[in-house]
Every structure is written in structure tokens, then in C-alpha cells.
Design a protein around this ligand. Structure first.
Ligand SMILES: [Mn+2]
Length: 254
């Protein structure tokens, strides 16, 4: 017999744990649908956050896995943005990153929308994020389980396209292209748990764990796009646990 570590055991979810996590996600999806319908030109980020919180209470999941992120326009370029009195304008990018918990099991989801017809740059950035996510997920589907390779697959695609964009310059090489965070993380009783999709991650992703895949492109002074879904890692592939549609067409709200 060999020893193991608690984070490795915790990563692999039982049916019951998974059911709680999925329930939390379904509630987030209801909240997302409601909140998208509540948008109007001139509403502030803070008002939307308050509506999100009320809505989670209404749907019976008041213990959030993290404070909701709502970012309009340029604010979406800041991954640490704290919602404020910024008002929604036509042409804005709108980013929601929300999650709640059911019986201590967390959910995590990001959707990015456009309030009005997006310009060509907004469209391009959106499609590039979607493509980066697709490439990483395809690797998982094919059975790749080395976390750093999954991260690299999405990151290389983004960095190649955006490394010369002055708005995306960062100090470290890996965050060039304005992709300044890991591609994803395990989700469970805490919102960020082992394992991690990161450039130098030594982690091997076990079957039975739930991972986010959340590439993003953040251009200072312009805005950002992040798309985040949760995936159950299975023996041979993956199963997407996040339902809201995410094609470019679905992302255009007005
Ligand atoms: Mn996340």
C-alpha cells in the first residue's frame, strides 16, 4: 500500500458530490438567464451584483462560492475588477463570473456578452477565446491528462495571436497575449482546489475530478473576454457540466 494526499482524494468526486456540484451549477444558470434579461442601458454593475445575490437567495442557494464579478466595457480587461457604479452602454462587453454552492459543493462559470452589435475586434477576441477553449477541451477528450499541456494548448494559441498587441503586454512570458491566469482549476468544496491547469503545473488530472477550462484575453483600455465551463474528467474523455450557449451569436444581447 502507498500513501496518498488528501487533495488527491478530494479531487475525485463521488456521485453524490457531483450531484451537489451540478445542482449548484444549474442554479447559477437560472440566475444567469434571469440577470441577462434584467440588463438595460444605464444599469450599474453594482445593481446587477445585488440582483444576482437576491436571485441566488430566491433559488435557494445563498452561500456563494465567491463574490459575483460583473464587468462592463473596459472593466472586463481587469481580472480582479470589483463591480462599481459603471453604467452599461451600448457596444459594451459584459462579463459575468458567478458561482454558488449546494451542500458545500461549489460551481464556477463565466460568460461574456455584448450589449449591442460587437465591433470586429470584439468579435475576433471572442472567437479566439472560444477557439482556445475548444483546443484545450479537444486535448482532454483525446485523453491528455498532463495539466501543463492542456494549459499550453490554449495559451500558445492566444499568445501567438496577441503577443505583439501593446495592450496585452505583461511582465512574464506566459501571460503575454493578456492571458494572465491559469487555464483552469479543480472545483469542489472550495472554488479553487487541486489540480491546476497552469504553465508549470506538475499535476496529472485524475478521472472523476471537475475542472474549469477558462481561457481569457484581456486588452487594457479595450476590454476582455473569458469563457469558463466546468468539465467532469472521465476515464476516456470529458463531460461538459455547463449548459448556457456560448456561440458568438448567443453572446450578442441586443
Ligand atoms: Mn474559475
Amino acid at each position: 500500500m502507498k500513501t496518498t494526499l488528501v487533495h488527491e482524494v478530494r479531487a475525485v468526486k463521488s456521485k453524490k458530490e457531483l450531484a451537489n456540484l451540478i445542482k449548484a451549477q444549474r442554479i447559477s444558470e437560472k440566475v444567469l438567464r434571469y440577470i441577462v434579461a434584467e440588463l438595460y442601458t444605464g444599469i450599474t454593475e453594482i445593481k446587477i451584483v445585488n440582483k444576482i445575490k437576491k436571485s441566488f437567495i430566491k433559488y435557494g442557494a445563498p452561500i456563494l462560492s465567491f463574490p459575483p464579478i460583473v464587468a462592463f466595457g473596459k472593466n472586463s480587461a481587469n481580472i480582479h475588477h470589483e463591480p462599481n457604479k459603471t453604467k452599461l452602454k451600448v457596444g459594451d462587453t459584459v462579463m459575468f463570473d458567478i458561482g454558488t454552492s449546494v451542500n458545500h459543493y461549489c460551481s464556477d462559470m463565466t460568460r461574456t456578452y455584448f450589449w449591442g452589435k460587437p465591433n470586429s475586434r470584439q468579435k475576433k477576441v471572442y472567437l479566439d477565446v472560444l477557439k482556445a477553449q475548444e483546443l484545450a477541451v479537444r486535448k482532454l477528450e483525446k485523453g491528455e491528462r498532463r495539466a501543463w499541456i492542456i494549459d499550453k494548448t490554449a495559451r500558445d494559441f492566444i499568445v501567438k495571436k496577441y503577443k505583439n498587441n501593446p495592450a496585452s503586454r505583461r511582465r512574464s512570458n506566459a501571460s503575454r497575449g493578456g492571458f494572465s491566469h491559469g487555464l483552469g482549476h479543480g472545483v469542489g468544496t472550495v472554488i479553487h482546489e487541486w489540480p491546476n491547469f497552469k504553465p508549470k503545473s506538475p499535476d496529472i488530472i485524475p478521472a472523476g475530478c471537475v475542472m474549469t477550462v477558462e481561457p481569457g484575453i484581456y486588452l487594457k483600455g479595450f476590454g476582455g473576454v473569458r469563457i469558463e465551463d466546468m468539465y467532469l474528467i472521465t476515464k476516456k474523455g470529458v463531460q461538459c457540466l455547463t449548459k448556457p450557449p456560448k456561440s458568438l451569436k448567443d453572446a450578442i444581447l441586443k
